[in-house]
Design a protein around this ligand. Sequence first.
Ligand code: NAD
Length: 488
Amino acid sequence: MTLRPADSSALLVDGKLIPGSGGTFEVLNPATEEVVGLAAEGTAADMDAAIGAARRAFDSTDWSRDPAFRARCLRQLCDALQSHIEELREITIDEVGAPAMLTRGPQLEGPIEDLRYWADLAENYSWESDLGNATPMGIPTARRVLKEAVGVVGAITPWNFPHQINFAKLGPALAAGNTVVLKPAPDTPWCAAVVGQVIAEETDIPAGVVNIVTSTDHGLGAQLAADPRVDLISFTGSTATGKAVMRTAADSLKKVFLELGGKSAFVVLDDADVAAASSVAGFSVCVHAGQGCALTTRLLVPRARYDEAVAATAAAMSGIRAGDPSNPGTVCGPVISARQRDRVEGYLKLAVEEGGTIVTGGGRPADRERGYFVEPTLIAGLDNSARVAQEEIFGPVLVVLPHDGDDDAIRIANESPYGLSGAVWGTDPDRVNLVVAGIRTGTLSVNGGVWYSADAPFGGYKQSGIGREMGVAGFEEYLETKLVAGPA
Ligand code: NAD
């Protein structure tokens, strides 16, 4: 089988690959601005059918009661996707503008391999545990706790790391025994549609267990959140949309799981190698053109070393060219769309209006005539109250801020509506640990440690989200708990 997104991709509804009843829409390559093919335009009627199929598959098949079968299906899906890995790589580079280098990790190969982790968890998880005997109200009672799938999961995903996020929902939701309706972002329909094709044509996953509805209509996400046949919404995207999803889901009181935005701090303490640490911050904000919710976008350095840190960071960032994502050396490709580029450029203009200085970057790369490229940009001369230090920009843009010691760094890091990620660099472990304890955030890297892996829970404090993705904690988001009490 050859993956066939270019002519026209399909929806996956009730085990069948079907055209969208709204026709098709164009898929753009953000590095070239060219139309690379068509995706199926799903409508409200298609979404209704997909939800109905997922409900039927959950209510009337053994899927939720057969973890061994689910594990086999997930491994089969993993093998099938791996057999198409070069086609998938090409699609991911073309559609997402993802640097080829990243497709060997979190943009493609990592999340596909992680399907084995979810398969293992389905097999090895303690689905039933003995709570022991008790005598509530004088009645001798034996108690058991059962873990069961929640039901129909509505998965709504963004465009920045589409495979990582789609599989971080499909993997645990399916391993836990749920059925799923996936609604990917309008900018990256193919990354989801090809998974639908592989599921339909190369796996034994039963009809209706996975349904995929691509569309340009954001309203289909709201439809999924509103439908009472859906038991849980697993959403990744912006904080504003996450709030809307939560409001919509409230009417049917469904469980919501939210992975949202971030404005994470990279804290350099005064006993660190300030120049080296700052350079790391400068490099990391350029990865995938800064389109990562957990990237550190505020660099906090000791006030007395501010100029040194700015110079080192600027040197690191000016050495990174925003370029062709298919080039194996590229770390900073295009941003996803003209709209996103305009948004980033609007923030660069705002930084100057707010009194900041663009130390390096600030424009479009001179050597790229087409494509939505933004130069890696360092902003200095502002404090943490500036809008560019408070709001998520989602481009290769770093704001460098001075701090007056460890407590002040904690204060500044926490002066944000977000709490998704962060980094701390320092040599004294006691001081580092105090800073780690002080920052209200779901994930922290210390001195370059890497937090991303299938078994590592990831998620946000404050307005960065509710719940955890990945790991056992992520798996349990997709489970209900049933207490069974019988005679002792
Ligand atoms: P977005 O919020 O605009 O869209 C996300 C998804 O929600 C899309 O599929 C969209 O069609 C859908 N949607 C839009 N309006 C909706 C509504 N009213 N009801 C239901 N669904 C709706 O986000 P985006 O621009 O695609 O992605 C970028 C954002 O995602 C950034 O804010 C980024 O920080 C965040 N993000 C968070 C994480 C995380 O794990 N915390 C990971 C990646 C991206």
